[in-house]
Design a protein around this ligand. Structure first.
Ligand code: N01
Length: 500
């Protein structure tokens, strides 16, 4: 689909937003407020929420403090605790969506199959499993952690019991009294395993690399606190600012002074000593790389769960999966009824990138193949006019709330669209110089960070070994850089030129 002919058979909208998670919803609300109300949001699932709608595994909760886990324009005085469980976050997103008056433009149960820039029509032609759309701008908010990564283990397809990914939890599967294996020990697994331990006959936890896990400072908000937050939002804003400042204070340890991470390591080691009695097991869960190199996890229940009689930590590498169990390199076979793969997501090789084709006929994946993911200010991409990528290259965080970054990106793209309208521009596209200079500077700043020097392999790094995922600085710096749409860094095409 590449000619302007196709436009006649399509639905024309000003803006097409992919995904109804925090990113897509924020964009819908802000475009609506800006008077850019001719948009659709295409969502493959049946509701708003994105990752919070999809990840329903036992124990699913946010490891970012609740006070930061809401839009700044829709504070939530009703959070019940310092770290919110998934159902509460999902209910919050649903409520914000309903109150926003934008839900009439959300199309659910519909997946984007491909999006192609039509240079003649100067529109994005977007095919979905429902209608086809022609849109002036394309805003992709499909999330960096949405496509499950399944482990490539010999024989896994032959397994006769229940097998599913952590992000596609099978709620029909019987767990009580069962023998369950969990592959992976990341942020998802540390939340899942303590819940499984409570009901399963046995849980085998397959650890390839241990993680640093610090205590979770959990507490419930009192009725009085909630009443004060409701009546005096300024108090909640102050509480929020304090939490935000506390997390930002940790940034130098990630970016410039990784040696400071020995403080985190000491705290995590104490967490291990408190949670695990067996000295041998303590050793096996203690990482040998710098804290922060992989995401620092928080849990009070992970180590006690591993220390339980019905849980076994398996560190011998997996050789194969059989119809009834898992065989490890030491020759042992552990029989199981249920296999949970908590093995993470496609982050630096997002499938969506193969389905977005730019001005020169190349897909985003092809464009990024040589040097990795690159985008100007993590948001716009050379060769892809009127394209905005939420949670794009080097905008993710390991220490604070992504909602802060999403709001910053949405402010930037809203300003861009406003500028296009006021200056009668048909297209905006960052110059290659602007994009290269931005990406080169970001990569230079990666050199001293803990993600580069910490001595681990992580999903932050791409196949070239570059961290094209995280923002290497304070979040307020990125917000400031995104606060003004800098048209001088863009190639533009006026509307008149198209009509001539
Ligand atoms: O995934 P992961 P996750 N054989 O990629 C192991 C966010 N999140 O779903 O470390 C054996 O972190 C792999 O081992 P290794 C958060 O940003 C947020 O847990 O690669 N093992 C690792 O242990 C998080 O960082 C919340 O050696 C294999 C695990 O699987 C991100 O999502 C909650 C393997 C994968 O860990 C991803 O977390 C949950 C194989 N073939 C998640 N392949 C919040 O609370 C992989 N592994 C906000």
């Amino acid at each position: 689909m590449s000619s302007s002919e196709d436009i006649r058979t399509t639905t024309t909208v000003d803006h097409l937003i992919v995904g109804a998670g925090f990113g897509g919803l924020c964009t819908a609300i802000k475009l609506n407020e800006a008077g850019e109300s001719d948009f659709v949001v295409i969502e493959k699932d049946s509701d708003v929420g994105g990752t919070w709608h999809i990840n329903t595994y036992p124990g699913a909760a946010c490891d970012v403090p609740s006070q930061l886990y809401s839009f700044s324009f829709a504070l939530n005085p009703d959070w019940t605790s310092a770290f919110s469980p998934q159902p509460e976050i999902q209910a919050y997103i649903r409520r914000v969506a309903e109150e926003s008056g934008t839900l009439d433009r959300f199309v659910f149960d519909t997946a984007v199959t491909d999006a192609t820039w039509d240079q003649d029509a100067q529109r994005w032609l977007v095919r979905t499993t429902g209608a086809t759309y022609a849109a002036r701008s394309l805003i992709v908010g499909s999330g960096g952690l949405s496509e499950p990564k399944l482990p490539d283990i010999d024989g896994i397809d032959s397994f006769q019991g229940e097998v599913f990914h952590s992000a596609r939890w099978n709620h029909e599967a019987e767990l009580a009294g069962k023998r369950i294996a969990v592959i992976g020990t990341g942020a998802s697994a540390v939340q899942i395993v303590p819940e499984l331990q409570k009901v399963a006959a046995r849980v085998d936890v397959y650890q390839r690399t241990p993680n640093w896990v610090i205590p979770r400072n959990e507490r419930s908000f009192t009725a009085l606190e909630k009443a004060v937050f409701r009546r005096l939002p300024v108090v909640q804003r102050a509480a929020r600012a304090a939490v935000y400042a506390g997390l930002e204070a940790r940034v130098p340890a990630f970016t410039r002074l990784p040696a400071l991470m020995n403080v985190v390591e000491a705290v995590a080691k104490r967490n291990i000593r408190r949670g695990i009695t067996d000295p041998e097991l303590r050793k096996r869960v203690t990482p040998t790389y710098r804290a922060g190199c992989k995401r620092i996890l928080i849990s009070n229940t992970w180590y006690p769960a591993l220390d339980s009689d019905n849980v076994e930590l398996v560190t011998d590498p997996i050789v194969k999966v059989t119809p009834s169990g898992i065989v490890t390199a030491d020759g042992a076979e552990r029989e199981i009824d249920v296999l949970v793969v908590a093995t993470g997501f496609h982050v630096t090789d997002q499938p969506m990138a193969s389905h977005v084709t730019g001005r020169d006929g190349r897909t985003l994946a092809e464009t990024w193949a040589e040097r990795g993911m690159r985008a100007y200010k993590g948001t716009t991409v050379h060769g892809f006019p009127n394209y905005f990528h939420l949670v794009g290259p080097n905008t993710a965080l390991g220490h604070s709330s992504m909602i802060f970054i999403i709001e910053s990106q949405v402010a930037y793209l809203t300003e861009a669209l406003r500028t296009m309208r006021s200056q009668r521009l048909a297209t905006v596209e960052p110059t290659i110089e602007a994009q290269d200079s931005w990406s080169d500077r970001v990569q230079a700043r990666m050199k001293p960070t803990v993600w580069t020097t910490g001595g681990c392999a992580s999903w932050y790094l791409d196949e070239h070994g570059n961290n094209t995922t995280l923002w290497p600085g304070q979040t307020f710096t990125l917000r400031r850089l995104l606060s003004r749409f800098d048209l001088d860094q863009y190639d533009v095409r006026p509307v008149e030129q198209r009509e001539a």
